[in-house]
Design a protein around this ligand. Sequence first.
Ligand code: NAD
Length: 437
Amino acid sequence: MRIAMIGSGYVGLVSGACFADFGHEVVCVDLDAGKIAALERGEIPIFEPGLDRLVADNASAGRLRFTTDLAPAVAQADVVFIAVGTPSRRGDGHADLSYVHAAAAAIAGAVEGFTVVVTKSTVPVGTGDDVERIIAETNPRADVAVVSNPEFLREGAAIEDFKRPDRIVVGLEDERARDVMTEVYRPLYLNQAPLLFTGRRTAELIKYAGNAFLAMKITFINEIADLCEKTGANVQDVARGIGLDKRIGPKFLNAGPGYGGSCFPKDTLALVKTGQDYDSPLRLVETTVAVNDQRKRAMGRRVVAALGGSVRGRTVAILGLTFKPNTDDMREAPSIAIIQALRDAGARVRAYDPEGMSAARALMEGVDYADNAYAAAEGADCLVLVTEWNQFRSLDLKRLRAAMATPLFIDLRNVYRRREVEAAGFTYHSIGRPGDG
Ligand code: NAD
């Protein structure tokens, strides 16, 4: 199959490289000339484990190319994927579909022969109808089938997720697309990954319903963690106790500082807006959004309280800035709200993250960046573990303690055990484990 991937960000680049690895002929297109030039030089513009190798192997095999020139890539393609961003629209929280609409119009002007146009971006229910209409209006002679194929990969494990998905969802209204999509995913299909064919609107809604459910699960355990703190229960044991019930399942039950990232915050908000537009409110999701928003800043207040109620002039060391480990993605990371709350309260903030510091520098002013965890801790009054990178799981606690002015350790990811941190001379706070051993 000849595939054009419009948008070469986290999703487009990973999907494009994986499709090339399946043996398809892939051209990744992006408007960002700098990104394309970097890719052509063999540089990967994002941090995603294993992606450099996958891109290099498939580029040198001649199956993966990069261009800013959309028209020829689309003209030659059997299948065109739209993998552009769908951020929250400023002001109202709806998904901003301007990039999707622009991509649809550009595709319409370039298609030749029957072409399957697949929306991989996360888009509100009904967007496939918009894409179809835009293409028909822009080029009445275009012969296309518009399909929804939402992507479920997680940053940090994106290649593994793409190649071993729990399921592949394909929403279509034009039966001609069925065989084409089966062919696109043939290697996975042969490996028994369930290929779920649905109507297009259903596929669009599956993506949002899935993300909203996961966001609710995280928010649920976070509220249970708060109750554990008040009652002397241990949230990790509660999570294990409920997670062993197969109807609940053990995943996404880690209490922490609130969810962030490029998907959950914007997708939950967009789903709430869709529900309101259709006069079908999603109150559980509305509450999830509100609880999670408050939680991130509340984590900053928790640090202030642990320091006795005032942080003015005191130094707080932050370990981990990205919204989760193994990515450089800073979008909606809890660290941003936590650091803002601390700075508003007058604290000096020094931070270290293995991959996120260059993105963080562009987002946050007034933060000092350190070269490693120990340098971040030097002279600090408090250490806050915000993102559970592996390298923060086995810190030399005695060395950290010796570096710091005040021995206070706040573990927002429950990485450590109270006993070991206290043995190193720290006062220790974690999430939902008031008396853990
Ligand atoms: P991204 O911002 O990393 O990448 C989008 C890319 O599209 C950018 O490089 C941008 O320059 C390019 N672009 C925009 N308009 C274009 C156009 N007309 N022609 C060519 N290129 C264009 O975004 P992302 O994180 O890859 O997300 C893409 C979509 O996938 C979003 O809808 C997102 O919700 C969804 N998604 C993301 C993830 C994730 O983990 N990041 C997971 C599943 C789904």
